[in-house]
Design a protein around this ligand. Structure first.
Ligand code: B16
Ligand code: MG
Length: 214
């Protein structure tokens, strides 16, 4: 019996990958690295620190910067990203999300956010979704990011449910791997070819077949 659904945020509830990309592109350009949308794909679901390392490796300059310098670059990226998402409103919520949340609430199924983003609470608030959410995982409280299962296991623990009683919803390969490693049922949102490790894939959240959940 399903007792909780744990949702990724970026790419599942709203689209922030464009804003993450714009912010990383600007920082990368500043240090002489150009990134395209294929690099952006590899950043989805990956922590800020790991994302910077992927960009530096892409530019062939991994190891050039000290930990301190990398922290400053990540800080600058986040400041720019925060500016870009400062205009987010309930209009930015993907179609079908509010209806799905209301359906889960009515069924007594708990809802958590299992995002790698430290900006998730601010976005949930800006999009007026707080009333539906029982728990938001703080990524700084878990040891390993996606594809490790930690974020999803933390959500299950906080909601006091077993992993086998949870469904995870993700748009990134790293996220699907994390859900499966946590021992949960994985719903992928996006391309079935890309998310082939998911138990089932839908094009969008609005297309989820609710009979899977109940
Ligand atoms: P922040 P998700 C992830 O969110 C993004 O997909 C990824 O691009 C980003 O680097 C990561 O959050 C960390 O975000 O810099 O805001 O802490 O897909 O796990 O919701
Ligand atoms: Mg995502």
């Amino acid at each position: 019996m399903i007792k909780a659904v744990i949702f990724d945020l970026d790419g599942v509830i709203t689209e922030t990958s464009h804003q993450h990309f714009e912010a990383w592109k600007a920082i990368a350009h500043m240090i002489g690295v150009e990134i395209d949308s294929s690099v952006n794909e590899s950043l989805k679901g990956v922590s800020r620190e790991e994302s910077l390392k992927i960009i530096l490796a892409h530019g062939g300059i991994l190891g050039k910067y000290t930990e301190d310098e990398m922290e400053k670059l990540s800080f600058c990226k986040n400041e720019y990203y925060k500016q870009l998402i400062s205009q987010f409103t309930p209009e930015n919520v993907f179609e079908g999300v509010v209806e799905l949340f209301a359906f889960l609430r009515a069924k007594g199924i708990k809802i958590a956010i299992g995002s790698a983003s430290h900006n998730a609470p601010a976005l949930i608030k800006a999009m007026a979704l707080e009333e539906y959410i029982d728990y938001i995982v703080d990524p700084s409280e878990v040891k390993k990011g996606k594809p490790a299962p930690d974020i999803f296991l933390k959500a299950a623990e906080a909601l006091e449910v077993e992993p086998s009683e949870c469904i995870g919803v993700e748009d990134a390969i790293a996220g699907i791997k994390a859900i499966k490693a946590a021992g949960m049922y994985a719903i992928g949102i996006g391309d079935a070819e890309v998310l082939k490790e998911a138990d089932i894939v839908f094009n969008s959240i609005a297309e989820i077949d609710l009979s899977i959940i109940t």
